[in-house]
Design a protein around this ligand. Structure first.
Ligand code: K1U
Ligand code: ZN
Length: 170
């Protein structure tokens, strides 16, 4: 297993669109193991392959209290979204230190493949629904700060560039 480097906004590679996984094989299962280790180490409750510079439709999520309920989504699709919305203060491992409110569908229905390549479906609400929508945005090259005003986006870019310059000096 390995902890993978996480790309930081505004890295242009975060805007690449991920391709569907063609075959769920040992290469994908190794990627899933490495992504899970990276997410738990960060720590976070989700991670999309895009964030570790792999542009294939793979996501890991664990929103459980104990951090022991790993959900693996390969080629995930949201097949239904409720009209009612929820607002949640989101964070992102690619935008360290930034949290802001984003409005998304309150309930969703999701279809995906598991690590064996078998199709499964589930309904989600609460944090799981937020997290699935956030991670699927990553696969489409969208980072949550793009829901914020241009002024906030520019301030975030400036702050992260400054943090990274200081990290290089230290
Ligand atoms: O995609 C990511 O960058 C992961 C992100 C997922 C997410 C969290 C909250 C709302 C929407 C999406 C994170 O995990 S940010 C870190 C975080 O939420 C967290 C960190 C430590 C403990 C618990 C949560
Ligand atoms: Zn994120």
């Amino acid at each position: 297993m390995a902890i993978l480097p996480i790309l930081h906004y505004p890295d242009p590679r975060l805007h690449k669109v991920a391709k569907p996984v063609q075959v769920v094989d040992d290469r994908i299962r190794q990627l899933v193991r490495d992504m899970a280790e990276t997410m738990y180490d960060a720590p976070g409750v989700g991670l999309a392959a895009t964030q570790v510079d792999v542009h294939e439709r793979v996501v890991v999520i664990d929103v459980s209290e104990e951090g022991n309920q790993l959900l693996v989504l390969i080629n995930p699709e949201i097949t239904w979204k409720s009209e009612d919305c929820q607002v949640y203060e989101e964070g992102c491992l690619s935008v360290p230190g930034v949290y802001d409110k984003v409005e998304r569908a309150a309930r969703i229905h999701v279809r995906a493949l598991n690590e064996q390549g078998e199709a499964f479906e589930f309904d989600a609400d609460g944090l799981l629904a937020v997290c699935v929508q956030h991670e699927l945005d990553h696969l489409l090259g969208k980072v949550f700060v793009e829901y914020l005003s241009p002024l906030k986006q520019n301030r975030i870019k400036t702050r992260i560039r400054k943090q990274e310059r200081q990290a290089v000096k230290a």
